[in-house]
Design a protein around this ligand. Structure first.
Ligand code: TYD
Length: 230
C-alpha cells in the first residue's frame, strides 16, 4: 500500500523524473498527422543514437488498450462525458506507471501520441475545467511533458484526411462529432499553446510531410542541446 500523502501512488513526484529523460507529447485534431510525424521523429532520434520509447494514449499497456477499445469502439460503450474523463484518466495512469515513468527513469526520450492536452481539448467543452484538471492531476501526479508538438490544421482538412485513411470504415465517436466541435477542439489546443509557449510548439499540419518532419527534428535537436549538461 502506498501512503495517502504521496503525490502519485507508489512513486514520489520527484522519482518520476529521476532519470533525466525527456518527455515529448504530440497533440492535434483528427487527421493532423501525429502518428506519421511521431514515427519520423522516433526514427531520426534512434539514428542519432538516442534511446526512444514510443507510446500512445489512450493505450500503451494491455489494460490501457482495453480501455481504448471501450472509449473508441463504434458503440459508444464508454458512456457519458464524466465516465469518459475517468476512463481516459485511468488509461493515462496505467501508461505512466508501466511505460512512461520507467522509460524516463532509464533516461530515455519518451514520445507519446496524445496526452493530457487532448483531455483539455476534447473533454474541455463538455465538463468544468476544474474537474478536468483534477482528473489529469490524479492520473499524472503532476508529471507533465517537457515539450509538446502541436500539429495544427483546419478541422475540415484533418477530417477529410482521417476519412480517406479509413477508406470507408466508421470513425471513432470523437471523430464523428460535428465540425463545430472539432473547431472548438482546435481553439482549445491553440489556447493551451498560447498559455504555455515554452512547452507547446505549434507546427502547420498542412505542410508537406518531409518538411514538417525536418522542422520537428530540428526543434528536438535544439531542445536536446539546451538540456545537455555543459
Ligand atoms: P487517436 O487514434 O489517437 O486519434 P487520431 O485518429 O487523431 O490519431 O484517437 C484518440 C481519440 O480519443 C481522438 O478522437 C481524441 C480522443 N481523446 C480524448 O477525447 N481525450 C483524451 O484524453 C485522449 C488521449 C484522446
Amino acid at each position: 500500500m502506498s501512503g495517502a500523502g504521496e503525490a502519485y501512488p507508489g512513486e514520489s513526484r520527484a522519482a518520476l523524473r529521476d532519470g533525466g529523460g525527456l518527455f515529448v507529447t504530440f497533440e492535434g485534431g483528427e487527421g493532423a498527422g501525429k502518428s506519421t510525424q511521431i514515427r519520423h521523429l522516433a526514427q531520426a532520434l534512434a539514428e542519432a543514437g538516442h534511446r526512444v520509447t514510443l507510446t500512445r494514449e489512450p493505450g500503451g499497456t494491455p489494460l490501457a488498450e482495453a480501455i481504448r477499445a471501450l472509449l473508441l469502439g463504434p458503440d459508444n460503450a464508454a458512456g457519458d462525458p464524466w465516465t469518459q474523463l475517468l476512463l481516459f484518466a485511468a488509461a493515462r495512469r496505467e501508461n505512466i506507471r508501466a511505460v512512461i515513468a520507467p522509460a524516463l527513469a532509464r533516461g530515455e526520450i519518451v514520445l507519446c501520441d496524445r496526452f493530457a492536452d487532448s483531455t483539455r481539448a476534447y473533454q474541455g467543452g463538455r465538463l468544468p475545467d476544474a474537474a478536468i484538471e483534477t482528473a489529469i492531476a490524479l492520473a499524472t501526479g503532476g508529471l507533465a511533458p517537457d515539450l509538446t508538438i502541436l500539429l495544427d490544421l483546419p478541422p475540415e482538412a484533418g477530417l477529410a484526411r482521417a476519412q480517406a485513411r479509413r477508406r470507408g470504415a466508421a470513425g471513432d465517436p470523437f471523430e464523428a462529432a460535428d465540425l463545430a466541435f472539432h473547431a472548438a477542439v482546435r481553439s482549445r489546443f491553440l489556447a493551451i499553446a498560447a498559455r504555455e509557449p515554452d512547452r507547446v510548439l505549434v507546427f502547420d499540419g498542412t505542410e508537406p510531410e518531409a518538411d514538417l518532419a525536418a522542422r520537428i527534428g530540428a526543434a528536438l535537436a535544439t531542445r536536446l542541446a539546451a538540456a545537455a549538461p555543459a
